[in-house]
Ligand binder design. Structure first.
Ligand SMILES: Nc1ncnc2c1ncn2[C@@H]1O[C@H](COP(=O)(O)OP(=O)(O)OP(=O)(O)O)[C@@H](O)[C@H]1O
Length: 269
């Protein structure tokens, strides 16, 4: 798989504040990649350097394809209507307004609503729709579901998944570990201006030597097992039940919390 983005040895300071101190990572074409970190870790700064909105002090960034950027919440005038905002950005981008985007993101339903009257979820949908104008290959999302309720988050996640299915590459900043676990292919955790961890959510929990708890409900009762090798243990146990002709009714596997691992890395343990 080829890379949509290649970031090599990136440095960025604001005056004496050295925020990014030599980070390198690639984002593969068609993947959802998340940048994580505590408040002020430099997620937005990194995204804005890659987007070309901020200059950087050292390193290199290469991108393959057209980009679309989700706006920050303060960036639209209070009285602009949804369809006016879409038309404005389409004109700026010299791109057509696609009905499919308007429909998929429910912009049609709010087209005459002024920005100040929209709910947080409606604003987020509008921001995503604006980012999709011009059919970009790489989409940047900065905390796309911050402040949304459960249903709003689920809707937006579904839309982000559909973008991935249609071949788009997505890079996002997030604080939300369940969002990252459910949505993202790989994660980079920023820590002290460097990358403290990079890999999948599973690798993040595995790396910490995390064990899994397996709960099995059978016709003869319940069993609870703690294991460092979830797959082998599960196979062994299921085989043993089958041999003894015991029916398995339910299986639950709990992994060590991703949040705990994130805090260990982001706070520096
Ligand atoms: N325009 C700016 N001028 C000066 N300092 C800035 C500027 N933008 C960000 N910073 C500083 O850079 C650091 C990183 O900020 P950034 O917004 O990139 O972090 P973040 O990880 O996105 O944080 P959050 O999770 O709170 O959104 C912070 O110390 C912040 O105060």
């Amino acid at each position: 798989m080829s890379n949509a983005l290649e970031i090599c040895d990136l440095y960025k300071s604001y005056g004496d504040n050295k925020v990014i101190k030599g980070i390198s990572f690639d984002v593969r074409q068609g993947e959802i990649f998340a940048l994580l970190g505590t408040n002020g870790a430099g997620k937005t700064t990194t995204l804005e350097c890659i987007e070309g909105l901020k200059s950087y002090d050292g390193g290199s960034i290469s991108r393959t394809g057209k980009i679309g950027v989700q706006l920050q919440s303060s960036s639209l005038p209070a009285n602009i209507k949804a369809h006016e905002a879409m038309r404005l950005f389409a004109k700026w981008n010299r791109a057509p307004l696609e009905d499919s985007v308007m429909k998929a993101l429910g912009i049609d339903e709010i087209k005459n609503k002024q920005y100040r009257d929209m709910s947080t979820g409606q604003k987020r949908r509008l921001h995503l729709a604006i980012a999709l104008i011009g059919n970009p290959d790489i989409i940047f999302l900065d905390e796309p579901t911050a402040g949304l309720d459960v249903e709003g988050r689920a809707r937006l996640h579904e839309q982000i998944r559909r973008l991935k299915e249609s071949g788009k590459t997505i890079i996002m900043a997030s604080h939300d570990m369940s969002e990252v676990e459910n949505l993202c292919d790989r994660i980079a955790i920023l820590k002290d201006g460097k990358i403290g961890f990079m890999g999948t959510a599973w690798e993040l929990t595995d790396k910490a030597g995390a064990s899994s708890v397996i709960q099995i409900k059978t016709s003869s009762g319940e069993e609870r097992l703690t294991t460092d090798n979830m797959v082998d243990t599960l196979l062994e146990v299921l085989h043993s039940y089958k041999k003894r002709q015991i029916t398995v009714e339910d299986i639950k596997v709990e992994r060590a919390s991703l949040e705990e691992r994130f805090i260990d890395i982001a706070r520096g343990d």
